[in-house]
Design a protein around this ligand. Structure first.
Ligand SMILES: [Zn+2]
Length: 65
């Protein structure tokens, strides 16, 4: 699956999502990432790319301690 070419839609509103820089707090760590966000209800989509990338990095950092 090519994320770049995917147009995400909000499951609730059925409108195309826009990319928005969002701050996440995960396992006590915070990071910012551009994620698809619904302009209508503010629902943020966690893409597989984000879950495997940033969140995995956070988990690795915690394991190193
Ligand atoms: Zn929505």
């Amino acid at each position: 699956m090519n994320v770049e070419n995917t147009i995400w839609r909000c499951a609730r509103c059925d409108v195309p999502l826009i990319m928005k820089k969002t701050v996440f707090n995960y396992l006590g760590q915070s990071f910012t990432h551009d994620v698809p966000c619904c302009p209508s209800c503010g629902n943020v989509l966690i893409t597989p790319e984000l879950a495997r990338g940033k969140m995995a990095q956070v988990e690795e950092q915690l394991e190193d301690k």
